[in-house]
Design a protein around this ligand. Structure first.
Ligand code: 9MG
Length: 271
């Protein structure tokens, strides 16, 4: 049975899980500013009814500028405090080791790192806990990553990077059952790159750890449909279904209820 260990939680991945996005930022591409107030963020998180909540205090949308670790902590820690009584795994989307440590002390059970624990100290911050970690591929930095990204072999390069980061994480003492990988759709990738990776997602199963996919409302879907972020639900659901079919077992989404319906249809088809 495929299981993800996340602190005190053991998550059964026999059925795909839905990770709900909670952006505590003024500038995220789809819901920036909506849940910047901690009370609004907590209410939204509870309302989402996701299997895992992913709380983020720094936008990683293309073109976003970094914020300081202190700013990130000021944004997310009150939300973690407000979610203390909620009996479900809470992930924190951060690439900074000091934010990881503070989040884990405040009750987070998972770290979602778009830099795959490459920051000095990040591997130790995760290894010294029992949390789960998502290792994501990104080419470049959010501020510039969409400026003409180039690969000779996008699938091979992303796969090679995630293989290496999984090995490094395990050598640092992070057990395989705590690790999730994510090809990072939209992170330094054109529409063609994203589609090539999605078409080949099943190849990532060879790494032996669960695959997380995040397609929700992303700009590639905007480019394909001509729609703004708030009108990309149908495209997001189509991409979620294709990711499930490619072997993703965790879907990171804004629209939890609708994504659960996709999973229900996919499961019935699979039986
Ligand atoms: C923070 N964030 C935004 N998009 C994401 C994605 O596709 N995957 C992961 N792991 N994190 C993301």
């Amino acid at each position: 049975m495929a299981v993800l260990v996340a602190g005190r939680f053991r998550l059964d991945l026999a059925q795909p899980l839905v990770m709900g996005v909670v952006n505590v930022t003024p500038d995220s591409f789809s819901d920036g500013g909506k849940f910047f107030d901690p009370k609004a963020a907590v209410a939204h998180a509870v309302n989402l009814d996701a299997d895992i909540l992913d709380i983020g205090g720094e936008s990683s949308r293309p073109g976003a500028l970094p914020v300081s670790a202190q700013q990130e902590m000021d944004r997310i820690l009150p939300v973690l405090e407000g979610l203390k009584g909620v009996e479900k795994p809470i992930s924190v989307d951060t690439r900074r080791p000091e934010v990881m440590q503070a989040a884990l002390r405040a009750g987070a059970s998972m770290i979602n790192d778009i830099e795959a624990l490459q920051a000095p100290g990040a591997l130790d911050a995760v290894a010294n806990s029992r949390c789960a970690v998502c290792l994501m591929h990104m080419k470049g930095e959010p501020a510039t990553m969409q400026k003409d990204p180039h690969y000779d072999d996008v699938v091979g390069e992303v796969l090679g990077f995630l293989k290496e980061r999984t090995q490094v994480a395990m050598q640092a003492g992070i057990a395989q059952e705590r690790i999730v990988i994510d090809p990072g759709f939209g992170f330094g990738k054109t529409v063609a790159h994203n589609m090539e990776v999605l078409r080949n997602l099943a190849r990532f199963k060879a790494l032996g750890v669960p695959i997380l996919a995040g397609w929700s409302r992303k700009s590639t879907l905007g480019k394909l449909t001509g729609r703004p972020a708030e009108e990309r639900l149908a495209a997001s659901l189509a991409a979620a279904l294709l990711a499930l079919q490619g072997g993703a077992t965790i879907l990171r989404v804004h629209d939890v209820k609708e994504t659960r319906d996709v999973i229900a249809v996919w499961r019935a088809y699979r039986q």
